[in-house]
Design a protein around this ligand. Structure first.
Ligand SMILES: O=C(O)c1ccc[n+]([C@@H]2O[C@H](COP(=O)([O-])O)[C@@H](O)[C@H]2O)c1
Ligand SMILES: Cc1cc2nc[nH]c2cc1C
Length: 332
């Protein structure tokens, strides 16, 4: 078991004044602890993008139609999305998973696309449970298998990203239920809700979580989650089981991380927070997991984009631990 003191001692012994690399040293500590290695690797790495649709879109919680989920997945598969541009420039392998879209992307599908769709979108969570327990288990297993395949392919760092119109409503419900913040703080503008739409969204979040009566067991979480969110939770849990670090993206991936930590305590030990999303509940969600974001850049895209922008800083932290001589080796 590598402790914080072990990593700090190694950093302090390097050929540099103690503490001279500031926050980068704190990030190196996080990476070493998450990897349980004093020489952690950040390559090769993979982004798995989970996509799904949300029945609650029918309530007017987002200005975008569900068809945009499909259009964006087609753009991602075509390598023309923000996420794929960032993944390419940072040497990140990409896979795309249809966890439950209403309309699958047009074929032909490339080999890096997993077409396993649980259902054509969730049930509207304002009308009843968004998914069955069986669907929850299937979504969880989908994420677990993606993580396991990535690890068996030699990936040393994993990122989950998501695409799903309406999924910030599910994320707000989960954060309200699991991070102890009220519905108003948990509810943001998502992909562009205006003030009136945000009030509708907040009231739906408040009512859905109130109907759980304080429960946060698997059945309760299944009632308010989305297929891509549960799949990401399974992905994180499997990465943790294998001791492989995960770099979190924004509000939606952190909602998945909260589910993983609730159902598989200890999953958070492999997590590093890439950035603080502009969604107002994100800070509390990260605090619940004991995480400090690398960047605070007011990003709110999803698709793994915030994690990808933070990634070069993680590479820098890893390079310190792997490639810098000790002061004692240079006669200092
Ligand atoms: O994760 C975040 O921090 C985040 C914040 C705002 C929006 N999003 C993305 O926007 C979409 C959901 O927004 P909405 O308003 O339709 O719920 C979904 O595709 C997410 O990837 C993601
Ligand atoms: C265009 C668009 C791209 C996205 N990527 C992630 N969420 C998104 C939401 C929209 C609306």
């Amino acid at each position: 078991m590598i402790t914080r003191d072990d990593v700090q001692a190694r950093l302090d012994a390097l050929a540099k004044p103690v503490g001279s690399l500031g926050r980068l040293e704190a990030l190196a500590v996080e990476l070493a602890l998450a990897s349980q290695s004093l020489t952690p690797l950040t390559r090769p790495r993979r982004l798995v993008l989970f996509a799904a649709d949300h029945g609650v879109v029918a309530q007017g919680v987002t200005p975008w139609p569900s068809a945009v989920t499909t259009a964006m997945v087609e753009t991602i598969l075509g390598g023309k999305a923000s996420s794929t541009a960032l993944a390419t420039v940072h040497d990140v392998d990409v896979r795309v998973v249809n966890a439950g879209m209403i309309q699958p992307p047009r074929g032909p599908w490339p080999a890096h696309f997993n077409a396993a769709a649980i259902a054509p979108g969730t049930v509207d969570l304002s009308c009843g449970p968004s998914m069955t327990l069986d669907q929850f288990d299937t979504a969880w297993a989908l994420g677990e298998v993606e993580a396991q395949q990535a690890i068996e392919a030699g990936q040393r760092l994993l990122i989950a990203g998501e695409m799903g119109i309406g999924n910030t409503t599910a994320a707000a419900c989960l954060t309200h239920a699991l991070a102890g913040i009220d519905a108003d703080t948990a509810t943001g503008s998502g992909a562009g809700a205006d003030a009136a739409m945000r009030i509708i969204k907040r009231d739906i979040v408040a009512a859905a979580v109130a109907s759980l009566g304080g429960r946060t067991d698997k059945a309760a979480l299944a009632a308010i989650a989305g297929f891509e969110i549960v799949a990401m939770a399974g992905f994180y849990a499997q990465a943790a089981r294998q001791g492989v670090p995960v770099l979190l993206d924004g509000y939606v991936t952190t909602a998945a991380a909260l589910i993983a930590e609730r159902l598989c305590p200890g999953t958070r030990t492999v997590m590093i927070a890439g950035h603080l999303s502009a969604e107002p509940g994100h800070r509390a969600a990260l605090a619940q997991l004991g995480l400090t974001p690398v960047l605070e850049w007011q990003m709110r895209l999803g698709e793994g984009s915030g994690a990808l922008v933070a990634l070069p800083l993680l590479d820098s932290a890893g390079a310190l631990l792997c490639d810098v001589a000790r002061l004692s080796d240079i006669g200092g």
